[in-house]
Design a protein around this ligand. Sequence first.
Ligand SMILES: [Zn+2]
Length: 355
Amino acid sequence: MAKLATQTETGCCSVSLDTSAQLRKVSNDGGCSASQNSYQKRSQAKLVTDALIFPLIDLKSPLLKSYWQTWRCTRVLLQDGPTVKTRFCNQRFCLVCNRIRTARLIAGYGEQLQSLVNPYMVTLTTKNVDAPELKETINGMLKDLTRCKDRMRKNGVKLIGIRKIEVTYNSETQQFHPHYHLIVDGCVPSFRLVAEWRKQRPETTNVKGQHITHADVDAPNELFKYFTKMLNKDGSFTPEAMDVVFRAMKGKRTFQPFGGIKRCSEDVEVEQEHTVDWKPPQTEIWTFEKANEHSDWYNASGEAFSEVQQTERTMALVNKINPNYFIQNTDIDKPNTIAWQSEEEKNNLTQSEHR
Ligand SMILES: [Zn+2]
């Protein structure tokens, strides 16, 4: 990873990086406000999402439009006095939106789940499947869980809790692993649910795959953390596999509460306004630009918005996900890097940025 980082710093990106670095204005008061800190964290998520989204765009999949929406997500900040306005994409593959989504879900469900008397974490699995079978398998799992709940209710066992559907990808076998994580109130309902699940899917489940453990106080935070592990075990990224997952899950709810737990929306508000307390009130346009560890939103004079210094960990992650990312603008001979440069797309982007 160190080698890659050195290559990009000494390579063709160094001019823009140096320019950005020279023009960067960083407050030297030794700390930053909560809202500045929030934008610094957002810049990390934006940088990693950018690295992920280009390979997904290059696939020209049916989700192409949605991937472009994620590319545009909070790319431009319009400052008007003490506030900035920006637009979010509300997509599952956007780490910027997922951070907001996780916070919303914890706020909406956290207290309700903490008030459960005897909560258990239950994992329900089915056998791993190949890409063409994934969508149908997920549809079947959704129906089967409803059947299990109905049967339990008819037998006087009420299921209270929440379920999350998750899909992981095994890059060695190239298979997908759709499964449920649930928080369920009570020991009897938890064990009964596993028994019903195995009865419902005798061909595709085994006893080893199903787990029941006591849920600790961190269980809701863990549950809401991510929808799918986007990266392989070694930290690499397989865009084709993730595209299969996102297509299979399109239009389906990741989270579903039951037994009286009040539903909380997974949606991220598309238009948002935030207070800027570390910059003077002004009229300004800030655009997200990649500039190695100074990747940030910049104005036309090259002044940085969040004044972030991306961590080594973030930089290593970006380089592992997409080794071309920092050299993409100039590396036009590589076939994987040119999809976003078509005239039509450029025009669309220019229009959307100035809307
Ligand atoms: Zn987004």
